[in-house]
Design a protein around this ligand. Structure first.
Ligand code: NAD
Ligand code: TYD
Length: 336
């Protein structure tokens, strides 16, 4: 089938696109991406020229552009990943988050409905559930309690998407994944930022006491989960995605320094993120039970592979740090 992947030039979208095309099941993939600071055609290198792939540069909030691509391609499935994805940026300026997540998702849903698509997968995040105390984990029934403009606008998009199932019977599915890691993640997120800073001999800025916990999943395990839900999930349902790999931030930073054979003197505890969620942990039992999905990548080993990728692909991360990145870095972390 023809699958339209929004945000396909980003981190997860590019892994998903490559995964879909590598399956050999005859899928055609149409990537729609506005190429914001986080979108990068290098992430899709080698695919151009294939008959089963097309890249369209377009903003999902622009209805005429979306109508055009749906009319031209007649996709049967949509996997919607296009987003502003970084929490810290959402506290500096929430405008693009609301525009892309709320308006952009609404435009896509409307156009997808008009075109009669048979599957619409909204890719979301466990951050819509807010923060956990020291025990327990998020299930699909956990209340929505987002803390940041990023997660609040993602929650709005999830609810809009689900409303199109209730109101119009557009076959919408929602996945909510925990924190991803792996190759090609933009170096504003914890893991790539720490790797890149360590390689450049810069300070490693750890927010607060470093004891905030995230539950990590490799981007390839997430991509496989997205595909399972797209093909076999029940419309109108939410599926949590996670690999039961909870780690405190400081443990990860220390692990990365050990892998890179650096001492810990570069760790710098800095002012905490405003509204910083303390802990995330995902219960992915529904996805395992209903669709038989299991993660296959083990955290420490896959994190070593990720470090190796950044060591071997210096050109990629030097290239993505454009003028916008440097401005953002200065605003977020001060002059360094
Ligand atoms: P990313 O920032 O690497 O990529 C986002 C992509 O969306 C970029 O290519 C960007 O150019 C594109 N984009 C942004 N605004 C757009 C617009 N208006 N129109 C068209 N394209 C636009 O993000 P990512 O980490 O790959 O995340 C992808 C999705 O997965 C997001 O929806 C995010 O909320 C979700 N998610 C991410 C994580 C994670 O840990 N990274 C975890 C759970 C869920
Ligand atoms: P991040 O990668 O931004 O993902 P999210 O906020 O979506 O979970 O951050 C992961 C954790 O790392 C989070 O607890 C904040 C922390 N963090 C730092 O301590 N320092 C940093 O420079 C960054 C970017 C994140």
């Amino acid at each position: 089938m023809t699958i339209l992947v929004t945000g396909g030039a980003g981190f997860i979208g590019s892994h998903l696109t490559r995964h879909l095309l590598a399956l050999g099941r005859g899928h055609r993939v149409v990537v729609v991406d506005a190429l914001t600071y986080a979108g990068n055609l290098e992430n899709l290198e080698g695919l151009e020229g294939r008959a089963d792939y097309r890249f369209v540069r377009a903003d999902i909030a622009e209805r005429p552009a979306m109508e055009r691509v749906f009319a031209e391609e007649r996709p049967e499935g949509v996997v919607h990943l296009a987003a502003e994805s970084h929490v810290d940026r959402s506290s500096l300026d929430s405008g693009p988050f609301v525009r892309t997540h709320v308006l952009g998702t609404q435009v896509l849903l409307d156009v997808a409905r008009g075109a009669g698509v048979s599957r619409f997968l909204q890719v979301s995040t466990d951050e819509v559930y807010g923060s956990l105390g020291p025990t327990g984990s998020f299930t699909e029934e956990s209340p929505l309690a987002p803390s940041s403009p990023y997660s609040a606008s993602k929650a709005a998009a999830d609810l809009l998407a689900l409303s199109y199932w209730e109101t119009f019977r557009l076959p919408v599915l929602v996945t909510r994944s925990s924190n991803n890691y792996g190759p090609r993640q933009f170096p504003e997120k914890l893991i790539p930022l720490m790797i890149v800073n360590a390689l450049e001999g810069r300070p490693l800025p750890v927010y607060g006491d470093g004891r905030n916990v995230r539950d990590w999943i490799h981007v390839e395990d997430h991509s496989r989960a997205i595909l399972e839900v797209l093909e076999r999930g029940r419309p109108g349902e939410v599926y949590n995605v996670g690999a039961s790999s909870e780690r405190a931030n400081i443990e990860i930073v220390r692990f990365l320094l050990r892998v890179l054979d650096r001492d810990e003197s570069s760790i710098q505890f800095v002012k905490d993120r405003p509204g910083h969620d303390r802990r995330y942990a995902i219960d992915a039992g529904k996805l395992r039970r209903e669709l038989g999905w299991e993660p296959v990548r083990r955290f420490e080993e896959a994190l070593r592979d990720t470090v190796r990728w950044y060591l071997e692909n210096r050109g990629w991360w030097e290239g993505v740090r454009s003028g916008d990145y440097l401005l953002y870095y200065q605003r977020q972390y001060g002059e360094r």
